[in-house]
Design a protein around this ligand. Sequence first.
Ligand SMILES: Cc1ncc(COP(=O)(O)O)c(C=O)c1O
Length: 362
Amino acid sequence: MSFPVRNTICQIPGYTPGEQPQESGWVKLNTNENPYPPSPRVVEAIQQAASSRLNIYPDALATPFRLAAAELFDLDPDWILPANGSDENLTVIVRTVCDSGHLIAYPYPSYVLYEALAQIQDCRLERLLLNESFAWSPEDAADLRKRSRLFFVPNPNSPTGNVWRADLLAQLLPDDGLLVLDEAYADFMDSPHRGKLLQDDRFDRRLVITRTLSKSYSLAGIRFGFSIAHPDLTSQMQKAKDSYNCDAVSIAAATAAIQDQDWMLSNRAKILATRGRLATALTDLGFAVYDSQANFIWTQHVSGRHHSIYLGLKQRRVLVRYMTFPRAGLNDGSMDGLRITIGTDQEIDQLLTALQECLTDL
Ligand SMILES: Cc1ncc(COP(=O)(O)O)c(C=O)c1O
């Protein structure tokens, strides 16, 4: 049957999220969730919120969370805009800043959701191709910044986990537009920071930072993220979000999570230790492992048989992310590999046992 649907929507493939098997028994290392539970204070806050007045609408600006995040980042609360996951912040930014036909740019390979957001808004899209060292050509960057309205950059990047320095990021600030630093994984960086580039003159305050509670705070199931930007921009973005975009239970959970920094930092420390151990073990098995400052590792095996390895692992109920980037890189080659989320030590042991079996079967 044919329904009245915008041509744009009919023509786009849409974003495909990672597999989410709902039954137990999987070692799930495919969507960069945190393997540890959220702070016990989060569970208490959820219980309390669930037994309070759920019959009335929540605070439209998630004020308790805004205040807690503002304190953490040492900013006024009007710099913070909470959302139903940082993906929603990205949507709100596009809706606020781009008319149809505006150009959206992003480094490639990175987070391909940006493509879907640009397509839904009828924007043009250009990729800034990365080379084998995940660097871009300054000439390409200079050309794109002249023409783009929005530049999205994940830092740390996904799937690779590399971090770009501030002077390089400044090369991407559009002459007449905004730079969005998607800092979903920033708490896992070697030197985590609290939005320091917002005060850096090179960015001319035309910068939006997005953060999520899904990764370092173990709250992917709750859906909560926030953006940090100048209040004059944040107040415009408020008009483009759903009225009550965060529900009462998730506001309570996210506020308790961000107020328990010790819990988050102790899980971060465990994840970084496991990441080091996994990197060494993968190298011993013939994988090239890229230096990661995130809660995942991008790796390529000497055999090049990444899809077979992914399938072999899946057969053994270990889920990692197989990724292929056609036309990746400045040399126009294609690239594929495996992105592996850092799980608990026990999960990583299970992965390594399964990997050894898969490699023998190749
Ligand atoms: C680079 C990047 N940005 C944003 C997100 C989404 O975060 P959220 O769960 O807050 O929507 C992800 C999720 O995997 C991601 O990899």
